[in-house]
Write a protein that binds this ligand. Sequence first.
Ligand code: AHM
Ligand code: MG
Length: 342
Amino acid sequence: MEQRRKLITMDEFTIQETRQFPQATGELSGLLRDIGLACKMINKQVRKAGLVDILGKHGATNVQGEEQMKLDVYANETLISVLKNSTDCAGIASEENDDHVCYSDTYSLNSKYVVLFDPLDGSSNIDVNASIGTIFAIYRRVSEIGQPVTREDFLQPGNRLMAAGYVIFGSSTMMVYATRLSVNGFTLEPSIGEFCLSHPNIKCPEKGKIYSINQGNSSKYDDGLRAYLNYCMEINKEEGRPYSHRYIGSMVADMHRTLIKGGIFMYPADTSSPNGKLRLQYECNPMAFLMEAAGGKSSYGGGNILDIVPTELHQRTPIFIGSKNMVNKALEFMNEDAMVGK
Ligand code: AHM
Ligand code: MG
């Protein structure tokens, strides 16, 4: 008797999706599978994080005589080595490394994609058992195939991304990724060790009710943004109540909520960080690409995040991202303030 199977694994889904492009070679699906594999390995370690008192603190030696590695170091090394063994990745750049890494075996040299990642974003939240995540971005290289990758491969604007996404290590583990076609979410089914389609065709609600920002820094924000925050706290005509404020301080967790429920996430410039805190290539571009593919919007305050042409591997940018109505309203307040200042 034929058994009906409801689960669609991420592999099955990506292969079906990329079949829609007759020129597709399967390399992009292979790469997404490899990123998924690395994140399953990271997930295994993250799930053990609370057991440090039993298994030994990071930096200490465990009962097997092995040294415990810090989780963000482990995540970085895992992604670098899994992607090195992948046949679909020519090189990587990581938030944790000063420079890009070129893979020099024949398969890698002949690959057309490069990957940028923040291996474990929000890792300061590990101590308090809050959600953390891995963020990734995939570009088609601009250097010649067959040759080592170059810096230019990693300095492409976000509007050239082929795919981007994140894995959230939360109450469940989920991989959410976007291509130009759609945004889809896959929940890790631990009993079979596979990411399975759980959130097909995600759309960010056009109207949101939640604003997310480190409001403790507001004395350092400019007047336009402060006026917008006051607006969020006032009784809203449409809602009959102020917007809710939610801020975990872990970008992946704050963005995941913003994507699913709608809202705005902001990490602005302030008087001590004129370019904000978050990194363009590892955090902001992948999230902006994903948000746009889900029907939302992102801005650095003066234009679309995805149009910034990076000049440095680790450059930072302010970011306002989420539901269109909230991002537009925030920009209105900030632009009005800029006009008054002229
Ligand atoms: P990290 O890359 O060192 O983990 O820092 C990035 C994190 C983001 O996840 C989060 O949005 C932000 O820093 C929070 O910063 P703050 O504590 O200044 O509000
Ligand atoms: Mg980070």
